[in-house]
Write a new protein. Structure first.
Length: 80
């Protein structure tokens, strides 16, 4: 099996990285929303506090997903 020509994309690897990133991002955002809902209910923060926590935790989850994508794309050879 010869390596792909320079500048071509290994579509299998790209699909793997993209699919895994979507999975991680979905799980991280769902966890962020659930944690915000639970903490707001526990501390009686009301709707505004709940939404504020959702935004804060959501940003952290998106940052973690971006960091995961960067690490995964560095580990998988996307180019030949």
């Amino acid at each position: 099996m010869q390596p792909a020509p320079r500048g071509s994309v290994h579509w299998d690897n790209l699909l793997t990285v993209g699919s895994a990133t979507i999975l991680i991002a979905t799980e991280a955002l769902a966890t962020a929303v659930a944690a915000a809902w639970a903490l707001a209910g526990l501390f009686n923060l009301g709707e505004i506090g709940e939404y504020a926590l959702m935004v804060v935790f959501g940003v952290v989850a998106l940052y973690g997903s971006l960091a995961y994508f960067r690490k995964a794309s560095a580990a998988e050879p996307l180019r030949g």
